[in-house]
Every structure is written in C-alpha cells, then in structure tokens.
Design a protein around this ligand. Sequence first.
Ligand code: ATP
Ligand code: MG
Length: 400
Amino acid sequence: LPLEFQGAMPILRSLHNAGYEAYYVGGSVRDILLNKPIHDVDIATSAFPAEVKELFRRTIDVGIQHGTVMVITKEATYEVTTFRTESTYQDYRRPDHVEFVRSLKEDLKRRDFTINALAVGIDGEVIDLFDGLSDLRNKILRAVGNPYERFHEDALRMMRALRFVSQLGFNLEPQTFEAIYEYHSLLAKISVERINVEFVKLLMGSFRQAGLRSFVESECYIYCPGLRNQGEGLLRFAELGGPAIPTERQAWTVLIDCLGLAEQEIQPFMKEWKCSNQLIKEVRQMVPALAYRKQHEWNDWQLYQLGRELALSVDYLLYYFHQEPNLAKIRLMYQNLKIHSMKDLAIKGNQLMESFDYPRGPWINQVLRAIEKAVVDRRLENHSEELMNFAKDYLRKEQP
Ligand code: ATP
Ligand code: MG
C-alpha cells in the first residue's frame, strides 16, 4: 500500500472493527495506480455521518448534508464520505438531494468515469466494478454507464472529461465523446464558478493540446464565457507546444494572448469567468508585458512597474513562443534598479508640502510620480537635494 494511504489506515481499520465497510476511492486511487502524486486521500464508508462521528474523537462537519465528515488524526485530516446515490437531477446540475446507502456498488455507480470509480480496500485489493483498470491501462476516459444519461444528469462532467484528457493524456472513448458533442449546450446551465475550476485545470494540463482540441471539437467552448467565437484562438493555444503551464495567472495570460483580446477586453472577459480581482489585476499587467517582451528586451521602468515575480512569470512564457527566457538577467536587472518602490525615494510627500507654498492637492502625487520615473530611468540621482531641484523645475513648468 502506498505511503499516502498508510496514514489513513487507522481510520479504515476503526470503521472496519466497528462493522462498517471502508475504502479509498476517487482521484487518489486513480493517481496512485498511474504513479502520479496525489493531493487528497478520499475515504468512502458504509457508516452514516452520525456513526462516523461517534467513532472518532475529533471530527469536523465539512459537508454533512453530502455525507462528508472530516476526521482529524495526529498526522493529518481525512475526508470520510458515506456511500451515497444522487437520485433526482434537475436543471442538469448537481443532484437536488443525496441518499446515503450501505452499498459500495451504488456509490461507485454514481461516479463520473470508470477510472474514477475504483476503490481500494484495507488489504490493498482493488475493487473494479466498471473495468476502470483496463481503461487505465489503455488510457481511455469512459463514462460509467450510459454517457448520454450521465452528461444529461450533470453537465459539468463534460468539462471534467476534457480536463482529464488534458491532465492525463487519455483518449475519450468514442461514445463518451459523442455524448459530450450531443449535449455540449447543456453547459449553459452550469455555474461559471464550477466551469472555471475545470477550465483552468484544462489549460494547465500536461496534455493541453489534446484537451483543447477536444474542447473545440466537442463545441463545449461555445457555451463558455467569452469564447463563443474563439475556436481559432483556442486552437492556436492548442498548437503552442511546450510543457504544462505552471501557474494559473500564466495560463490566463497565454490564453488571452492566443485569443488576441485587446487590453480593455481583458477585464470584462475575466470578470465573466468570475476570476478574482487579484488574478485579473495580475493578468492585465502580464498580457501587454508578454506582447512587448516578444518583440523587445525589458527596460528598467517596465521591470519596476511589473515587479520581480510577475516579470519572471512573463519571461518564462517566452518559451512557449519559441524564444529563450532569461530569468537570470531579470533577477540581476531587478536587483540593480535604483529604487524598488516609491518608499525608496529620498524625499516624501510631506517634505514637498513644506517646501512649496501650494495647498494640498493632486500635485504632490504628480511630482512624486515624475520623480519616480526619472529615478528609475536613471535620469536623476536619488538624493534629496537633487530630487528637490527636480521638483522645483517640474513645478515651474507644470503650474499646479
Ligand atoms: P482531482 O485529482 O483533480 O481532485 P478527482 O477525480 O479527485 O480529481 P474530485 O472533484 O476531487 O476529482 O472528485 C473526487 C471523486 O468524486 C471523483 O474521482 C469522482 O469519483 C467523483 N466525482 C466528482 N465529481 C463528480 C461528478 N460531477 N459526477 C460524478 N462523480 C464525480
Ligand atoms: Mg480529488
């Protein structure tokens, strides 16, 4: 049994000793069998949530209505979820209620793909009721049961299928693909937040070429925010080549570059995707910086404005456009900047206030901005006397 599973073994044993069934399930089983690193160990059990809570001293209700209880051990925390079925689906979204059951088979049956419907018991035996092992071996992504029914029940599964193609490099089983193609328009019923999660994983997958091509071929992209007319742009992204894109902000930056959005279109596009303001802020800086960097070397002012981390993050992306990043040079250039923020200036706003006889107003900031740029561009030494002279000159020319 792999190390990650061993840590959770006492939990499975306790459940067993109390007369319940318990298994490792879901993505962790799939990833272990694929020799990939795993993030979270999911445990499924026949014990109902109240029964799980009775057995363990420290638990937290994280999603008790879905049957999930977090069990806390000295070493780690684990999510223990009661076997369940998801009976009635409305609006092609999540089930309106879940029903707890005692049978593993029922629980595995409601899972999306055969490779996600494997379970491992306490003796390390793999329970494979839907031929997931053979699909794992043959790199096939296949819906559990009738794919048309499964995507009709929950349309998010279509996006999950495409992101697994991108993450794992598996092929969509033909009927599974056909069903996605048939039902792609049901994506319109799914919340953007949930599509976003899968879309980002799709963009960041090691096999994004295959993932993005399937995204376009299945026409799922048409029902994603801001992509309706972007089939060609998405295929440009698919054809880029290169390894998995390391971070989310880099993924959005490359995407937007390939889509050819104008600078003022970035914010509305990402807002539609419900991206966080922080992420939008970063990408709005990174996209024009990347476009510039494809044509020119960095200059001090740009590096200063972008900051070290974003500049490195952008430069790394050159690799995807058949150019050489030069991260060492950026580190050096950044280190050699005359100042790294306004705070480093040898003069403060209140000193300006005291030295000049103008009422408080936007002029102070204007002068500071002009000084900042001049210092970064090495036209002006960062010494208080020289900065003050510069301010005098500036204010003579630009009467506040
Ligand atoms: P990841 O490694 O990205 O977490 P995962 O397969 O573990 O991938 P999760 O969202 O963590 O994905 O879901 C855990 C498991 O729950 C899945 O492996 C699958 O068995 C089941 N599952 C998740 N979402 C759905 C869904 N929409 N429909 C059916 N089963 C699902
Ligand atoms: Mg998971």
